[in-house]
Design a protein around this ligand. Structure first.
Ligand code: IMP
Length: 425
């Protein structure tokens, strides 16, 4: 009954789209277990670039079942647009199933997310403004709207009316107009009709597949350092991207998990605010690197902050996820640098931390990254089909990271194309 979980090992944007796309052909089902339209999974197919936000990446395979499980928050307006774009690109959405228990991002969630960010000024999280936080707040406050409510007008009306007072109070506080329930229902009606066909249970069919010995892939969004419990709180998303989230949000038993694959860029990036000890300090180098690496957000287009690989955070990620395999992406971006730095400690108040602090607020004050320097390498990596074919120093860099993280290397990505990947035996 093998379940494989794919997680982002860093602050998201590790290149999960390409890897899950390549992996998914070997699975019977792909399940998204958390997050929502804040994600942006980029897949390049025949020179066409597709960005998936809510749909599981397996949707690009004709015969892979795709589920949005209860841990996901779903924006029906954005989903309809994504499905339209999928169809225009020549793919179909017939294999998609949306759990009745997925929570729905309503327009007021988006409004509140934006207002809260605007009002927070310098203390803003730097969210994607897609309504993720406010939707998860309503979920845990037990006043949310779930997908089964959304596609049934009477249930939807009832849920909105039951919590209208609190929604209106929040909207007024944010300086927004209060709800016009009839106008909102009018706006929802066509979506209900279009999306109701996707309504279906996720856990039971997945369990049946596992019992029949078929393989299932759990696809995480964002990354471990954005996990609401184990990331750099409060500069995190509002869900659990880490492997444990696949069991709670995705509904699979921990006993069925065989592999946990952690995806890491060979350097570090982050969008939004919050601590980033290994961030590049030299502005000119930072800008040049960002351009060369194309580090602009797939969902919001924002500049990504870039830095050296953070091994302290990566070891935390390996342990907390129980990683069995590592995938390193964008190795080609580092080619040509005279030397490569790796952050191996955080100097905080005269003490060097080699373990990621559970009180991550310690990283919000002055932190100096302690670096170890490794020699760089030259040359085009895109033709390499095995680790042995990489330049000696590139291989040594990857071996150092994997030894320190205590996990084997599964794949190494050396360019955006689907063929630019080294698959280790
Ligand atoms: P939210 O998930 O929109 O609430 O944003 C919270 C934090 O997570 C912000 O720093 C976002 O930039 C970050 N974030 C959310 N989704 C992603 C993602 O898919 N990749 C990278 N960062 C993300």
């Amino acid at each position: 009954m093998p379940v494989t979980i794919v997680v982002g090992g860093q602050w998201g944007d590790e290149g999960k789209g390409k890897i899950v796309d390549a992996l998914s052909a070997g699975f019977r089902a792909v399940v998204r277990y958390q997050g929502g339209p804040n994600a942006g999974h980029t897949v390049v197919r025949d020179d066409r670039r597709l960005v998936l936000h809510q749909l599981p990446t397996g949707i690009l395979q004709a015969d892979v079942h795709c589920f949005l499980a209860p841990g996901v928050v779903l924006d029906p307006w954005a989903l309809r647009q994504e499905i339209d774009e999928l169809h225009s690109a020549g793919f179909n959405s017939e294999m998609l199933v949306i759990s009745p228990a997925c929570h729905v991002i309503m327009p007021w969630h988006r409004d509140l997310d934006g207002c809260q960010e605007d009002r927070a000024g310098g203390g803003a999280i730097g969210t994607t403004r897609r309504g993720i936080g406010p939707c998860y707040i309503d979920k845990t406050a037990r006043r949310g709207i779930r997908f089964a409510d959304f596609v049934d007008e009477e249930r939807l009306r009832h849920r909105i009316e039951a919590h209208r007072e609190s929604i209106d109070a929040q909207l007024m506080q944010a300086g927004k107009p209060v709800l016009d329930v009839e106008a909102l229902l009018e706006e929802c009606r066509p979506l209900m009709r279009e999306l109701i066909d996707y309504l279906g249970d996720s856990a039971r069919p997945v369990r049946n597949m596992l019992e029949a010995g078929e393989a299932v892939l759990m696809e995480g969004a964002q990354g471990t350092l954005l996990d609401v419990d184990w990331g750099t709180y409060p500069f995190v998303t509002s869900s659990n991207p880490l492997a444990g989230g696949a069991c709670t949000g995705g509904g699979v038993s921990p006993m069925t998990v065989e592999r946990v694959i952690g995806i890491f860029k060979t350097y570090q990036t982050r969008v939004g605010n919050g601590p980033f000890p290994s961030e590049f300090q030299d502005e000119a180098f930072h800008d040049e690197f960002r351009q060369r690496a194309g580090e602009f957000g797939a969902t919001t287009g924002r500049n990504r902050r870039c830095g050296w690989f953070d091994l302290v955070a990566a070891r935390h990620s390996a342990r907390i996820n129980g990683l069995t395999d590592l995938v390193f992406t964008k190795l080609d971006i580092l080619s040509g640098l005279p030397d490569i730095q790796v952050c191996v400690g955080y100097r905080v108040g005269g003490e060097v931390l080699e373990d990621f602090p559970e009180d991550s607020a310690l990283l919000e004050g002055p932190v100096e990254a302690v670096f170890r320097t490794l020699p760089g390498w030259e040359g085009d990596l895109s033709r390499a089909s095995s680790l042995e074919e990489l330049p000696k120093n590139a291989r040594a860099y990857l071996d150092f990271l994997s030894a320190e993280m205590g996990c084997r290397i599964g794949w190494v990505s050396t360019g955006p194309g689907s063929d630019q990947v080294i698959r280790c035996p």
